[in-house]
Design a protein around this ligand. Structure first.
Ligand code: G6P
Ligand code: 1S3
Length: 604
C-alpha cells in the first residue's frame, strides 16, 4: 500500500495557540514575532489556529469573504456546512499569515459529551472546573475536528504538521493520536502549571523538585485538570519541546517525559544601520522620563538629572518568581553603599507590574499638571523676553546687555511664583503612583526596606502597578520607548521558563540583569562567554541563598552606578550588537528541526 507520507509531498504547518489573535501574555509574543520568519519559509502553507474573541480580534483580523480552494479553505467550508461557526482570514501583523479562528460557543452544546469522552478515553477529570477550562476544552475540540477533516481529505497529497503551544491549545491532541489521524504533532510547553505554583509557594523549590508527586500537588493547588491536560499533551505528541533547559528539568517530574528538543524564543529584530540612531533614541526617551521625575520628585526636593540613572523591572505580579523581592533587597543595599560612598548619583527604580488599583493617585497627577503649568509659564516668559530683547537690541545704540528682568510683565512673575508655591510640598514623593485596592507584598517590602524616597536616599522607588502604555498620562511613552529611555533592566527571576523582558532590553541596546534560573539567562551562558562584558549580568540563583544573591546583585548595581557615561555608551553598543542572535530568522531552525523530527516519527 502507498504510504500517505512521502518525501516529495508538500508540507503544511498549522500552529495552534490560545493567544493567536488574542493577546494575554508571552506566548502571543512568541507566535506573533515569529510569523515573518515562518511565512518566509512556508508561504501560504503556514496557518495559525486560535479561539475567536471578537473584541480582541477586531483590530488584528481581516476575514476572507469566500473561502479559497486551498486545503484550509475547503476544510473551513466543510466545518461551516457541519454547522460550526469558523472565521477564516488574515492576521494583520507583520507577515500577514492566514488564520482560522473558532467560535467557541459552537462547541459548548456538546461540552458534556466531550468531557465525558475525555474522561472515558484519557481519564481526564473535568469536574467542577472554572469557565476558562471549559473554553479551553471547546477550543481543543474545534481544533481536533478541523485537523481530522483536513487530514482525512488531504493527507494523501500533503504532509501535515500541527504545532500545539501550551495545554490551552491541546485538549484535542490525545484523541488525534488515539484515532491515528495522519498529522505529525509537536507540543511545546512554555512553563509547567505545577512549576509556576510550587516555585511561588514552596521554599527551596529547586532542591525539592525531583521529589514532588505531581498528582498530589496538582490536587492540592486545585489544578489537576490543567496539569493532566499538559501531561497528556506532552506524553502523546510525536515531539515534545519546551523553551529552555531550565524548564526541561521540571518536565520529567511534572509531565513524565523529557523534552526531545529545546526551542529558544526570539524576536523579529529590526536594527538601525547606524548605531548612533538607537543611542539618540535613548536620549530622546530619557528626556520624557526626566519630565516625569521632575513632576514626581522636584516638588519636594531636587537632584541633578545629569547624574540620574533609570533602572526598571517589569512583568506579571509574581512577587518572588519574578525576583521583585531580591531586586528590592539589593536596592536597599545599593542605597546604603551609595550613601556610605557619599555619591551624588541618584538611581530611580521603576517597578512596573499589574495590580488592582482604583486610579492614578490624584496628588501624583496634580503635581504633574502643575509642573506642566510651570513649563508653559516659562515658555510664555521666554517668548516675551525674546521679543522685547530683540526690539530693545534693534532700537538701541548702546551695546550693553539690558536688564532682562525688566522685560517680564508683573502678571507672568506673579503667575510663576504662585504656581511654584502651590506646587512645592514637604511630603515625601510617593513610592507608588496609583491608589491600590490594597497594600501588597511590594508596598510592604518597600516600607520594610525603608526605601520611601527620603531626600538623603540615593535610590528612589517608583512602583507603577500598571503596564506602560502610550495612553498613560504619567510617561506618555509606549513600553518599547520607556525601555529605551532607561539605563538598566533588572530581572533576577527565580522562576522564569524563558523571560522576554531582558531580551527586550538587549534588542534596544539597554544592558540588563537576568538570572541563571531564567531560560534566557541560562541560554546566554551556554552560547556566550563574555556576556557580562557585553552588558548582560546573570545573577546566580541556582546555588546561592537569597542573601548571597542579593549581595551579588547589589555588587552588580554598585559597579554599574560607578561607570562613566563614556563606558555606558560603549556598553550599550556592545549589548545591541548581540541582538541579531535572537532574530527568528536564526532561531527558526530550532522549530524546523522539531517539525522534521515529528514528520519522521509520524511516518511508518
Ligand atoms: C547617547 C547619546 C549621547 C548621550 C548619551 C547619554 O549615547 O548619543 O549624546 O550623551 O546617550 O548617556 P547616559 O547613559 O548618560 O544616559
Ligand atoms: C511564559 O509566559 P510567562 O511570563 O507566564 O511563556 C513565555 C514565552 O515562552 C516565557 O517567556 C515566560 O518565561 C513564561 O512565563
Amino acid at each position: 500500500m502507498e504510504s500517505v507520507f512521502s518525501t516529495s509531498k508538500r508540507k503544511l504547518l498549522l500552529e495552534l495557540a490560545w493567544e493567536v489573535c488574542n493577546q494575554v501574555g508571552g506566548i502571543y509574543t512568541v507566535i506573533r514575532s515569529k510569523v515573518p520568519a515562518m511565512v518566509e519559509k512556508w508561504g501560504d502553507d503556514y496557518v495559525c489556529l486560535g479561539p475567536y474573541f471578537p473584541q480582541r480580534a477586531a483590530a488584528e483580523y481581516e476575514p476572507i469573504t469566500e473561502p479559497d480552494e486551498t486545503e484550509i479553505g475547503q476544510t473551513v467550508r466543510k466545518m461551516r456546512q457541519m454547522g460550526y461557526a469558523v472565521e477564516y482570514g488574515y492576521w494583520l501583523v507583520t507577515g500577514r499569515p492566514k488564520i482560522v479562528l473558532f467560535h467557541l460557543e459552537s462547541f459548548i452544546p456538546q461540552l458534556n459529551q466531550i468531557k465525558h469522552d475525555l474522561w472515558e478515553r484519557h481519564q481526564l477529570s473535568t469536574l467542577g472546573v472554572e469557565e476558562l477550562v471549559n473554553q479551553v476544552i471547546a477550543f481543543g475540540e474545534a481544533a481536533r475536528v478541523f485537523i481530522k477533516l483536513l487530514a482525512d481529505d488531504h493527507a494523501r497529497r500533503v504532509d501535515l504538521v500541527a504545532h500545539f503551544h501550551e495545554w490551552m491549545a491541546s485538549t484535542g491532541l490525545p484523541d488525534l493520536r488515539r484515532e491515528n489521524v495522519k498529522v505529525a504533532t509537536v507540543f511545546t510547553t512554555h512553563a509547567t502549571m505545577l512549576g509556576r505554583y510550587l516555585a511561588q509557594n514552596e521554599e527551596g523549590f529547586y532542591g525539592k523538585l525531583p521529589f514532588f508527586d505531581w498528582q498530589r500537588e496538582a490536587r492540592h493547588y486545585g489544578i489537576e485538570t490543567q496539569a493532566t491536560i499538559e501531561r497528556l499533551a506532552a506524553q502523546q505528541a510525536h515531539v515534545f519541546t519546551t523553551v529552555s533547559d531550565v524548564t526541561a528539568r521540571e518536565c520529567e517530574v511534572f509531565l513524565g517525559r523529557n523534552p526531545d528538543l529545546i526551542l529558544p524564543n526570539g524576536l523579529n529584530i529590526m536594527r538601525f544601520t547606524a548605531v548612533h540612531e538607537f543611542q539618540n533614541l535613548h536620549v530622546k526617551y530619557k528626556a520624557k522620563i526626566h519630565e516625569f521625575v521632575m513632576g514626581h520628585f522636584f516638588q519636594t526636593y531636587s537632584f541633578d538629572l545629569e547624574k540620574t540613572l533609570y533602572f526598571f523591572t517589569s512583568g506579571r505580579f509574581e512577587f518572588s518568581n519574578k525576583g521583585y523581592d531580591l531586586t528590592l533587597e539589593a536596592l536597599a543595599r545599593l542605597n546604603w553603599r551609595m550613601r556610605e560612598a557619599n555619591m551624588d548619583t541618584t538611581v530611580v527604580m521603576f517597578m512596573v507590574t499589574k495590580q488592582p488599583y482604583h486610579s492614578i493617585n490624584p496628588d501624583v497627577l496634580h503635581s504633574r499638571a502643575l509642573l506642566e503649568e510651570i513649563q508653559e509659564t516659562c515658555e510664555a516668559i521666554e517668548q516675551q523676553v525674546g521679543e522685547r530683547l530683540f526690539e530693545a537690541a534693534a532700537s538701541s545704540s548702546d551695546i550693553a546687555m539690558p536688564d532682562l528682568n525688566s522685560f517680564v510683565d508683573e502678571y507672568w512673575r506673579l503667575r510663576l511664583r504662585r504656581t511654584i508655591q502651590s506646587w512645592k510640598t514637604k511630603q515625601l514623593p510617593r513610592f507608588v503612583t496609583h491608589d491600590l485596592v490594597q497594600e501588597d507584598a511590594m508596598t510592604r517590602f518597600i516600607r520594610q526596606a525603608k526605601l520611601v524616597n527620603n531626600e538623603f536616599d540615593r535610590v528612589k522607588i517608583v512602583y507603577h502597578p500598571d503596564f506602560i502604555a502610550s495612553t498613560n498620562p504619567l510617561f506618555g511613552l509606549d513600553y518599547g520607548q520607556f525601555v529605551r529611555g532607561c539605563h538598566l533592566g533588572v530581572f533576577p527571576s527565580y522562576y522564569e521558563p524563558w523571560g522576554y523582558t531582558p531580551l527586550e532590553c538587549v534588542v534596544r541596546g539597554i544592558p540588563t540583569v537576568t538570572s541563571d534560573q531564567s531560560g534566557f539567562g541560562d541560554f546566554i551562558m551556554q552560547i556566550m562567554r563574555d556576556y557580562e562584558n557585553r552588558g548582560i549580568y546573570v545573577v546566580n540563583r541556582r546555588t546561592q541563598s537569597f542573601n548571597e544573591a542579593a549581595d551579588q546583585l547589589a555588587n552588580i548595581l554598585f559597579r554599574f552606578v560607578r561607570m562613566s557615561q563614556r563606558d555606558r555608551i560603549a556598553q550599550r553598543n556592545r549589548v545591541e550588537s548581540i541582538a541579531e542572535v535572537f532574530d527568528w530568522t536564526n532561531l527558526r531552525s530550532y522549530y524546523d528541526t522539531a517539525h522534521d523530527l515529528a514528520l519522521k516519527r509520524r511516518k511508518p
